[in-house]
Design a binder for this molecule. Structure first.
Ligand SMILES: CC(=O)SCCNC(=O)CCNC(=O)[C@H](O)C(C)(C)COP(=O)(O)OP(=O)(O)OC[C@H]1O[C@@H](n2cnc3c(N)ncnc32)[C@H](O)[C@@H]1OP(=O)(O)O
Length: 220
């Protein structure tokens, strides 16, 4: 696995929703050091602690922090076609902050895998040999990415989805929960694969695939 240049920095969580909660659990399981959370809703409501973390304020609280002194955790989740997570990543990269790779201790990530900045690999996920995962992508709970896949930036493979070998997912692709992508498929930029779908043909940019109807193709 790629060396995680920022892994030793104290972490600051961005956001306090469901994805952030699961990431906090990952961080604690990995015994990493997290020093606070930035969240506009907590700050507006005067809440000072969130799940044991100090609320540093809204995102503006980071203006007072040297970008080289902390690593950020993108706690914004990624649903189909939403851009909030990507915008947060790009905004803070422009300000000079870094986003360490996070891998839950129960995930299996082969040593030949390349995980780019900000990738988050959640509990029970499996990433096999010679896979590359682009910036700010999520491999969610119990998802499986098999050998020789190339996954672009800002993609999300949702819980329990299976991506077989030699698959290429372009940037911003969303593979919903429980979907299966068979081997050697190419999925175009921003395409969406719906929950439970089985992908057996290439999918073009921006296309959405739904349904998993099985049919008997044997000779009668
Ligand atoms: C930790 C976490 O929780 S991470 C989040 C994990 N969640 C997911 O992975 C689920 C992501 N969502 C999906 O997969 C959705 O099916 C989407 C995004 C692909 C489609 O959602 P929408 O565009 O909102 O579609 P919408 O709900 O309006 O449904 C449109 C039609 O498609 C059907 N449909 C929607 N999803 C599916 C599906 N996965 N399979 C089959 N049919 C579907 C609906 O029944 C509806 O049919 P109708 O018009 O005949 O009534």
């Amino acid at each position: 696995m790629m060396a995680n240049a920022y892994a030793e920095l104290p972490l600051v969580m961005l956001g306090a929703g469901g994805h952030a909660k699961v990431l906090l659990s990952l961080i604690r399981a990995a015994e990493m050091n997290v020093v606070g959370v930035c969240d506009p809703v907590l700050a507006e409501n005067g809440i000072r602690k969130w799940r044991g973390l100090i609320v540093l304020g809204a995102d503006e609280a980071l203006d007072a922090i040297n970008p080289a002194s902390v690593g950020l955790v993108n706690g914004i989740g990624q649903l189909a076609a939403s851009t909030a997570r990507r915008r947060v990543f790009e905004r803070f990269k422009e300000k000079g902050f870094s986003f360490p790779v996070l891998v839950h201790p129960t995930a299996w990530v082969d040593e030949s895998t390349v995980l780019s900045e900000g990738v988050q690999v959640m509990a029970g996920a499996v990433i096999q040999a010679d896979v590359t995962v682009g910036l700010n992508s999520i491999i969610n709970t119990s998802a499986s990415i098999d050998h020789d896949c190339y996954l672009g930036s800002h993609i999300h493979v949702a819980p329990g989805a299976t991506v077989c070998g030699h698959v290429n997912l372009s940037d911003f692709v969303f593979i919903a929960t429980g979907a299966t992508v068979i081997q050697a498929i190419h999925i175009g930029e921003s395409a969406i694969v719906g929950a439970g779908a089985t992908v057996v043909r290439n999918l073009g940019p921006g296309e959405t695939l739904l349904g998993a109807a099985a049919r008997n193709i044997s000779q009668t």
